[in-house]
Every structure is written in C-alpha cells, then in structure tokens.
Design a protein around this ligand. Structure first.
Ligand code: DAT
Ligand code: MG
Length: 140
C-alpha cells in the first residue's frame, strides 16, 4: 500500500458552533482514527472567506455564503491521516443536508432551512491542492 498521509482543513461552520455541535464533529473525526494537529476558533474576515471560496465567486449563493460564514465564530481544524481528505469528505456527506446520507455529519445533524445558502455544518478540503491552499488561509 502506498502511503498517502495528508492534512486537510475542516471547518465547523457558524451554524455548527451556534448549535453546540463542535464536540460531536470533533468526536467523529477522532473516532474515525484521524489526528487533530491544530485547532482555532475565530470569526473569519470577509477577505479570508473570499479567498477560501474563490472557486464559487459569481455563483448566486456566493454572497449569502460569505455573509453566513462571517456571521459568527468558526472552529478551524487541521486534521492528519492516511487519505484523510477523501475520508473526511465521506464523514461530512453530500453538500445538501436533505439528501446527505444518514450516518454522515450533514445527514444526521443538518437540514435545509429554506435559505439562499445551504447551512451544512462543516467544510472539508476537496483535494491536496485545496487543502494546502486553505490551510495557509486559516493557519498561516
Ligand atoms: P462542499 O461544501 O460540499 O464542498 P461546495 O464547495 O460546492 O460544497 O459549496 C460550498 C458551500 O456553498 C456548501 O457547503 C454550501 C453552499 N452551497 C453550495 N451549493 C449551493 C447551492 N446550490 N445553493 C445554496 N448553497 C450552496
Ligand atoms: Mg467545496
């Protein structure tokens, strides 16, 4: 087996923090066997969020997304493990909480609130390139 020990960026979004679900998200990461190597709570600036979500600039949900993500504290987590980028995306579940599979964070704990942006509790980097770029934004 080839070694693919990686690091990914996980965010507990403002809805997750406000709903007191940070502990449950961290517990699922740890129970899976991944290692938390850094963690911070902050209210992100608009500049950070525009960089973080640059691939979505121009989409109808972009402004609501940036506004929502800056609406309160976020917990940023650096997580390490073999194939953790793919593994955390699997733990998180599909983008839409309504159709995210039960057993996933979004499927078990999220729902659609009928707003312009999906509030789906967590973010996870989607590739090694994104992980590297995003970790630099949130952890310097
Ligand atoms: P993911 O977070 O699953 O990687 P994404 O990168 O496509 O999803 O989108 C970033 C976030 O934007 C997502 O977590 C929730 C929100 N979002 C995505 N598509 C949306 C849509 N069609 N309507 C409302 N919000 C959306
Ligand atoms: Mg994404």
């Amino acid at each position: 087996m080839t070694s693919h020990v990686e690091e990914t960026l996980v965010l507990v979004k403002p809805d997750g923090v406000a709903r007191n679900l940070t502990g449950q998200v961290l517990a699922r990461i740890e129970a899976k066997g991944y290692t938390i190597t850094d963690l911070r709570m902050l209210v992100p600036t608009r500049e950070m969020l525009v960089r973080h979500y640059e691939e979505h600039e121009g989409k109808p949900f972009f402004e609501p997304l940036v506004e929502f993500m800056g609406s309160g504290p976020v917990v940023a987590v650096r997580v390490r493990g073999q194939r953790v980028i793919e593994g955390f995306r699997s733990l998180a579940g599909a983008t839409e909480p309504t159709t995210a599979a039960p057993g996933t964070i979004r499927g078990d704990l999220g729902r659609d609130w009928g707003e312009a942006v999906q509030k789906n509790l967590v973010h996870g980097s989607d590739s090694t390139l994104s992980a590297e770029r995003e970790l630099a934004i949130w952890f310097g």
